[in-house]
Design a protein around this ligand. Sequence first.
Ligand SMILES: Cc1cc2nc3c(=O)[nH]c(=O)nc-3n(C[C@H](O)[C@H](O)[C@H](O)COP(=O)(O)OP(=O)(O)OC[C@H]3O[C@@H](n4cnc5c(N)ncnc54)[C@H](O)[C@@H]3O)c2cc1C
Length: 237
Amino acid sequence: MITNVKLIRKESIAESTMAFYFAKPAGFDFRAGQSVDYTLLDPPETDEEGNKRTFTLMHAPYEPELVAAMRMRDTAFKRTWKDLPIGTEIKLDGPYGDFTLHNTTSTPAVFIIGGIGVTPVRSMIAQATHDKTAHQITLLHASRTPAELPLKADFERLAKDNPNFSYISVASDSAPDDWPGERGRIDAEMVKKYVPDLNRPIYYLSGPPGMVKAMRQLLVDLQVNEDSIRTEEFSGY
Ligand SMILES: Cc1cc2nc3c(=O)[nH]c(=O)nc-3n(C[C@H](O)[C@H](O)[C@H](O)COP(=O)(O)OP(=O)(O)OC[C@H]3O[C@@H](n4cnc5c(N)ncnc54)[C@H](O)[C@@H]3O)c2cc1C
């Protein structure tokens, strides 16, 4: 579908990370984990990267709004996007992609995610929780510091609502003494600690390409079958 969508709300969801809420157009259907292309209409500035970006639909299909969350960087597109007045219309084209949760509920899902790569995961886990599916779901979500970790409260709420979902937050660089999550980079020991049978799950990796490649290599080194690894690279980071 190609249509215009209207901005209705924006909020900070972590250090340098914001979420933008749009009214969902009538008849717009998508699967949890898919993304759309947004084009700024007549922006006040532009650069050689252009006025179009791909962002994942962070909220699940059952939720009322379309939500894009992104790391705010100093690019022409994001300077314009950050200051968009409420009510502004943006062109949307989508949905696209097949980074979606597998159907076989007896096969566990393990998400190993860096920073903003968590947007499709938020949608998939919220939808699975809403539908009360039987998937065993584990999320290892890393950022450098707790302040940079998006959606911690959302995942803590989902873990309360969904007895099959385990949420492990990871601070890779530094964290206060009372930090309840893991510390340090996600490595083989950390994965083995939370995934008892390494060959049962389907693994989902998403985020900046460097992180996705590193996590794929980590799993391959652990003898995980590559057919069981699904990835979404957020090109541009
Ligand atoms: C399927 C898919 C889903 C995606 N979903 C999301 C999502 O949900 N959320 C999200 O945030 N992104 C998502 N992305 C990435 C998104 O489309 C943009 O590419 C990304 O946000 C970068 O846009 P930008 O305006 O910051 O950089 P651009 O202006 O596009 O610049 C990109 C290039 O400039 C360089 N660059 C620009 N600024 C900096 C800087 N400050 N420091 C270092 N290098 C810089 C980068 O190295 C890169 O090569 C997704 C991408 C894909 C393909």
